[in-house]
Design a protein around this ligand. Structure first.
Ligand SMILES: Cc1ncc(COP(=O)(O)O)c(C=O)c1O
Length: 497
């Protein structure tokens, strides 16, 4: 009681931001993370643990990265080969960033866009990951209470990055599965009107291309329509292109930078790109984020704001060296695409063989799985219920579509690049066991059902007596993992990727 009173008092002493829920960590979405943290899968020590499929990390090319680091000790100022530079970099703190760093990043961004566009190193502004870049852009473009349109489903971290400390609103643009979640001008107009009716001044449109969580890329026609839309309305376009080189197979990524060249009347002051090395190079821990704006004032002010989230000079130095090694970069990107394609094929072949649908797309570190047929009712409550079974019984931490603001229940994001091959095999085996169990239970029930597919039959029965054959000793208990239960601290940043 005393502790509670003290807690209450302390909150009153803090700012609204500090005592509020703006970070978004208290959503039920984090329960899956907590389940994983409590019982992480390990092939030998914890073979019945939860497999992490909620983390959009590219760990497939870590060996190439390690090899490069070992072969280039001079890139670190803490080695005998690099220590001569220690004095220079340990005192460097200029918010413009090292010229060689900006040069190398600009060149890398050109490369990942097939050299179809040029990037000016003087427009490269650094920040603490794309997370920091988004907040910086929001601070530059909008006042508290203003809004950005965001097509759904979208990366949940945007609620934190663009809204939390800026006081900006995100206005969902509802996209539908019927056309593969394409962004249409009609949907944009509808969201724009809704915002106006709610007295939210719309300052911009935020797109993610390639998309997290869909894994789709925007085609040229769509991109042109978006640029025309924001021009007509006189609002900004923020293009998050963090997955630009994370495409594979026949998937084609077109940057907004390329489309700009084709729209001569476009007001370039309205266009801003957010980028980072977290996904394409698999370096989220380095916190290398980029704001690339075509607007001089935004470049200027964002650069000053970057004092709050500078990339350390050691990291800039290392990244400058690494990205200037063009042979390495070319090989890394080529190999990364091959490995992602192979992993994606492994997962999708497995899902196809089980009759589980997924949105056809070949980009990103995840796929968008369609379990609508397994929902007992087409509601988000039912989605959450199914998700809890998947997390706590099937022991796979996938992410429910509701947490991405998807407007249709029954979709789940499944990450596939943050684990080794054996773990992926185990995950697929668990899905196989799960679906087989559903089939058996539906046959047992033997009720005449007027359904067309086996998956439609499965949905009737996953809840009741489901028992899985892989050491599922713990019974799922509703409420045990509730957002308010006393659980160990969750990894705040990783939980949002
Ligand atoms: C679309 C998108 N934008 C931004 C981020 C944040 O990236 P960073 O680690 O560079 O802050 C993520 C991370 O998952 C993301 O998926």
């Amino acid at each position: 009681m005393v502790a509670f009173e003290r807690g209450k008092q302390d909150l009153n002493l803090l700012s609204k931001m500090a005592s509020g829920e703006g970070h978004g960590e208290n959503s039920s979405y984090f329960d899956g993370w907590k389940a994983y943290e409590e019982n992480p899968f390990h092939p030998i020590d914890r073979p019945d643990g939860v497999i992490q499929m909620g983390l959009a990390e590219n760990q497939l090319c870590g060996d190439l990265m390690r090899k490069w680091v070992l072969e280039h000790p001079e890139a670190s100022i803490c080695t005998s080969e690099g220590v001569d530079q220690f004095g220079n970099f340990a005192i460097f703190q200029d918010y413009h960033g090292l010229p060689e760093f900006r040069q190398a990043v600009a060149r890398f961004m050109e490369k990942t866009r097939d050299n179809k566009v040029k990037f000016d190193p003087d427009r490269i502004v650094m920040s603490g990951g794309a997370t920091g870049a988004h907040e910086t852009v929001a601070f530059c473009l909008a006042n508290p209470g203003d809004g950005f349109l965001v097509p759904t489903p979208y990366y949940p971290g945007f609620d934190r990055d663009l809204r939390w400390r800026t006081g900006v609103n995100l206005v969902p643009v509802t996209c539908h599965s019927s056309n593969g979640f394409k962004i249409t001008v009609e949907a944009l107009e509808a969201a724009y009107q809704t915002a106006r009716e709610s007295n939210i001044p719309v300052k911009g449109l935020l797109i993610t291309n390639p998309s997290n969580p869909l894994g789709t890329t925007l085609d040229r026609e769509c991109l042109i329509s978006l640029v025309n839309f924001i021009n007509d309305k006189g609002i900004h376009l923020i293009a998050d292109e963090i997955y630009s080189a994370t495409t594979f197979g026949h998937s084609e990524f077109i940057s907004v930078a390329e489309v700009l060249e084709e729209i001569p009347n476009c007001n370039r002051d309205l266009i801003h790109i957010v980028y980072s090395l977290s996904k394409d190079m698999g370096l989220p821990g380095f916190r290398v984020g980029i704001v690339y704006s075509y607007n001089n004032r935004v470049v200027n002010i964002a650069r000053k704001m970057s004092s709050f989230g500078l990339v350390s000079s050691q990291t800039q130095h290392l990244i400058a060296k690494m990205l200037s090694d063009e042979d390495f970069v070319d090989e890394f990107i080529r190999e990364s695409k091959l490995r992602l394609a192979a992993r994606h094929a492994e997962l999708t072949t497995g899902l196809d063989s089980l009759g589980i649908g997924w949105l056809k797309a070949k980009a990103g570190l995840f796929l968008w799985m369609d379990l609508r047929n397994l929902l007992k009712t087409a509601t988000f409550d039912s989605e959450t219920e199914l998700w809890r079974v998947i997390v706590h019984k099937v022991k796979l931490n996938v992410s429910p579509g509701g947490s991405f603001h998807c407007h249709e229940p029954g979709w789940f994001r499944v990450c596939f690049a943050n684990m080794d091959h054996k773990t992926m095999e185990t995950a697929l085996e668990r899905i196989r066991v799960f679906t087989r169990q559903l089939e058996e239970e539906s046959l047992d029930q033997a009720k005449p059902m007027v359904t067309t597919t086996m998956m439609a039959k499965k949905k009737k029965c996953w809840q009741s007596s489901l028992r899985l054959s892989f050491n599922d000793t713990r019974r799922f208990e509703e409420g045990f993992f509730s957002p308010h239960s006393p659980v160990p601290p969750s990894p705040l940043v990783r939980a949002q990727t």
